[in-house]
Design a protein around this ligand. Structure first.
Ligand SMILES: [Zn+2]
Length: 321
């Protein structure tokens, strides 16, 4: 039984034709249901499902801005609902779901209800359809609006929850790669907070190197000034010296998660060129030294332009004069 349920899942993940990512989100939800208490047959409520979907879609909608449909502007409805929330409340891109939930619990309740009422009419009945055929065995039964998990299915979900989640994320990444070339999709979709390592080392290095001024407006900056990711962190999801500059509060606040105008990309490439010329002995920080060493003799400027262009193609705006 377990083996054939696994082959059902594999077929759905591997051979399903998807126009958006709901099937992956549904499998991740079922995997999450596997670690709930209890052994018997149980109904999964749409509200519970909606909470899982909001969890999965929040970071890719708000923070990473990765579209989730093969056709532009056909993002799943849960993303539209989430976007409405962030627009109406003016939430910043780095707003974690839990903070929104705490600060706006009434609205969160409405978001869950709206998602429960609108997101699942297609995906629940279609989940088991592969190449236009309903396949068996099924992971759940449907009774009216409800998903019912039988006893055996429940045991299967419990025993395999981790495997199923990995399968779902892998298939989700593969699907998403068909229309974006954003880096680090696995981490972004899995929802791990990419470690935002402390930027202090970079701030100290940049302050000690040349005049401490804002990269964008050239105003002097203070010792605790902002360190800005030129290619936005929400796209690149990593901290590397060649993408980091000092910025004043004003510029950093205005730029948000946009790419700066071409003149600043050129300026960054010029800055990096100078950094790469500096001998290793002059860079005391081993991590920074290593990040630069990776690019000796390679075309870092071309790499940065590629990232900038991909970032803009994914809809991140352009900021600056
Ligand atoms: Zn500035």
């Amino acid at each position: 039984m377990s083996g054939s349920l696994l082959s059902t899942v594999t077929q759905i993940m591997d051979r399903g034709q998807n126009t958006n990512s709901y099937k992956f989100a549904l499998l991740r939800s079922l995997a999450a249901f596997g670690i709930q208490h209890g052994n018997g047959e149980e109904v999964i409520s749409r509200e519970w499902l909606a909470e899982r979907f909001i969890e999965f879609y929040w970071p890719i909608t708000v923070r990473f801005q990765i579209r989730q449909a093969t056709v532009l502007d056909k993002d799943p409805v849960v993303m539209k609902f989430i976007r409405n929330e962030t627009n109406e409340l003016g939430l910043p891109p780095e707003m974690p779901l839990r903070r929104y939930r705490d600060q706006h619990s009434d609205r969160y309740g409405e978001l869950v209800a709206r998602t429960a009422g609108n997101a699942f009419d297609d995906v629940i009945p279609r989940f088991h359809t592969v190449a236009r055929r309903k396949i068996k065995p099924r992971l759940y039964k449907i009774d009216g609006e409800d998903i019912i998990i039988g006893k055996k299915q429940r045991m299967f979900l419990r025993e395999n929850h981790k495997t199923l989640d990995l399968l779902a994320v892998g298939a989700w990444v593969k699907f998403t790669e068909s229309f974006t070339s954003a880096p680090r999709l696995y981490e972004k979709i899995q929802g791990l907070e990419p470690t935002r390592s402390t930027l202090t080392r970079y701030r100290n290095f940049l302050l000690s190197w040349g005049e401490p001024s804002c990269f964008y407006c050239s105003e002097p900056v203070r010792n605790n000034s902002d360190v800005d990711h030129v290619v936005p962190w929400s796209f690149i999801a990593e901290d590397k010296i060649w993408n980091l500059v000092l910025a004043c509060d004003q510029c950093n606040g205005d730029k948000l998660s946009a790419t700066p105008a071409d003149m600043f990309i050129n300026k960054l490439n010029e800055r990096n060129h100078q950094l790469l010329e500096v001998g290793d002995d002059n860079i005391l920080d081993a991590k920074i030294r290593k990040e630069l060493a990776e690019w000796r003799g390679r075309d870092l400027a071309e790499h940065i332009w590629m990232l900038v262009n991909r970032c803009r193609a994914d809809g991140f705006g352009t900021w600056g004069p």
